[in-house]
Design a protein around this ligand. Structure first.
Ligand SMILES: [Zn+2]
Length: 289
């Protein structure tokens, strides 16, 4: 598959759509700010692929965030995709090293995934997905099953260097309206799709891969769209985070240090802000040109 891209496909004779994606440089760039142990790198790869896939399935302009918090070894795991196809991720962890298994159930099984959709305009909304299935893909299938009754099949794989994602989803009945035939059709296609492997997804082109899976069925494949790493942090956002602490807390911080240094956990960028700079951001001042 083409690196760092996402491709959409439609079955010509069934109410089904799908997405295929592969992350390489985007994956490496998203992890470059922190020295993560292998199990975290693997989980973040799956989270990045999942965020990218989910954001493809919804028509919106804004950001989609997947987040798990407060577990024993993983205190934060988050990946974000924008409607412009930029991705970023972050994790906080303890007692994990390269030699530990990336065991989804052991590391995240007690958690709840929070899916936040934040449109550029309008209300943001959140869904909670219990992480009770053996992997993230199956947890997300459950999430789709709950919310819209359309069959959804998801496959996610990552090995620390390449992350792949595959999504197959029923569309509202149009070509086939008979309920039984529609269910049979879904079973037929999801069994075929279920044979896809991570190695195949890396080795084959998008067209060859769809041909391999659905040899007897016509598929319309659309041109790949580029995915990339990008961080949305800024001086203004950092200043706003400080202002949100409240006046008393902020003043006590500034009494200790005249200049506060903040690091963006997603990209590693460093921001230095003094009281005057924070006040200027609060007033909405822009530097003179
Ligand atoms: Zn950043």
């Amino acid at each position: 598959m083409q690196s760092d891209s996402s491709s959409r496909f439609l079955m010509a004779n069934a109410d089904l759509r799908g997405y295929l994606l592969q992350l390489n440089e985007t994956y490496a760039d998203s992890l470059s700010a922190t020295d993560y142990p292998l199990p975290i790198r693997i989980l973040l790869g799956e989270f990045l692929a999942a965020a990218a896939l989910l954001s493809e399935t919804i028509k919106f302009k804004g950001r989609l965030l997947l987040q798990v918090k407060g577990l024993e070894k993983i205190t934060l795991l988050a990946a974000e995709a924008s409607s412009e196809r930029s991705l970023r991720c972050v994790a906080r962890f303890q007692d994990l090293s390269d030699g530990d298994a990336p065991d989804f159930e052991a590391l995240l099984g007690d958690g709840t995934l929070v899916v936040t959709i934040e449109p550029e305009h309008g209300e943001r909304y959140q869904s909670l997905v219990p992480l009770t299935a053996p992997n993230l893909a199956q947890c997300l299938e459950f999430y789709f099953g709950q919310s819209d009754q359309l069959g959804t099949q998801i496959m996610l794989h990552s090995d620390g260097e390449t992350a792949t994602g595959f999504l197959l989803q029923q569309l509202p009945a149009q070509l086939e309206t008979d309920k039984t035939k529609r269910a049979d059709q879904w079973q037929h296609f999801s069994i075929l799709a279920g044979t896809l492997t991570h190695a195949e997804q890396i080795a084959l082109s998008e067209a060859a891969l769809l041909k391999r899976l659905f040899v007897e069925d016509a598929v319309e494949l659309f041109p790949p769209k580029a995915l990339r790493f990008a961080c949305t942090c800024s001086r203004t956002r950092m200043a706003n985070a400080l202002i949100a602490l409240g006046e008393a807390e902020l003043q006590s911080l500034l009494a200790e240090q005249t200049e506060l240094t903040l690091n963006c956990e997603f990209c590693g960028a460093q921001y230095e802000l003094d009281g005057e700079a924070i006040a200027a951001e609060a007033r909405g001042d822009r530097p003179a040109h």
